[in-house]
Write a protein that binds this ligand. Structure first.
Ligand SMILES: C[S@@+](CC[C@H](N)C(=O)[O-])C[C@H]1O[C@@H](n2cnc3c(N)ncnc32)[C@H](O)[C@@H]1O
Length: 246
């Protein structure tokens, strides 16, 4: 049987796809109603639609949504992908409450005005028992990468800032560690079931190593992802959480 794009994921997304596949199997392999908040050009939405799920992408960028629409059409899944332009901070007014089996919120909480408000809206969009896949930038990795690249002032500023922002020129407004990310989700009433590091090693390897044996890199990422301290120095943290059933 031909592998779907989701199954052929590379080292930068393998850990996330593994968690999504577990959830899809947990929900019986049936087509899910998926909401992708800040889903951009459809890197997750289109492969999920290819696997038979119905995906609504809410994103602030019309350009990203245009690319998503083209990508979905090229993949033959336009009928299963809905693009909605809007602000994640105003999610509650854009999507039906309590209807999603699965909500993705990947690489978005770092940039929005009100991350707690977005997570509360993500929770409200889920049906009871539905799952949230949340991917956030890791603070420790950002400190380490600045330091090893010689930007000691940037590393120190980021380390000292309680939001994990290196200053006004930083492209991200905040970064997380496992504790702060878990606290954010719990405050919105979600039960956090899994935390994994994403890109624990993939960004650190010489290109020749990564290109030479990509499957070995995927295997190493999957092996290291759940284990502190490797998990905690990953470029991103992936949290899987559930809206309580009652
Ligand atoms: C780094 S990209 C991540 C895209 C996708 N989630 C992924 O993981 O590949 C961030 C996306 O969030 C969108 N975005 C940024 N601020 C937003 C906001 N306030 N509301 C909704 N989307 C937003 C951007 O347009 C962009 O598509």
């Amino acid at each position: 049987m031909e592998l779907t794009r989701a199954q052929r994921s590379g080292p930068r997304t393998a850990v996330v796809w593994a968690a999504l596949r577990r959830e899809i199997e947990r929900q019986g392999g049936r087509p899910l109603t998926v909401l992708d908040v800040g889903g951009g050009t459809g890197g997750f939405a289109v492969p999920l639609a290819e696997d038979g799920h119905r995906v609504t992408v809410v994103d602030a960028s019309p350009d990203a949504l245009a690319a998503l629409t083209r990508r979905a059409a090229e993949a033959g899944v336009a009928d299963r992908v809905q693009a909605v332009q809007g602000d994640g901070d105003a999610l509650a007014g854009l999507v039906e409450p309590g209807a999603a089996d699965l909500v993705l919120c990947h690489a978005v909480l770092e940039v929005v005005d009100d991350p707690a408000g977005v997570v509360a809206a993500v929770t409200a969009a889920l049906r009871p028992g539905g799952a949230a896949s949340v991917l956030v930038a890791g603070k420790a990795a950002a400190v380490l990468s600045r330091a090893v690249n010689g930007n000691l002032a940037g590393a120190a500023a980021l380390l000292a800032d309680r939001h994990g922002c290196a200053g006004p020129r930083d492209t991200l407004r905040r970064r997380y560690d496992a504790d702060t990310a878990v606290a954010l989700l719990r405050a919105a009433g979600l039960d956090v079931s899994e935390i994994h590091g994403v890109r624990v090693l993939a960004d650190l390897l010489p290109a020749a190593v990564a290109d030479g044996d990509p499957q070995a890199v995927v295997d190493l990422e999957l092996a290291a992802a759940a284990h502190p301290p490797y998990r905690d120095i990953a470029a991103q943290l992936h949290l899987f959480a559930r809206r309580p059933s009652s």
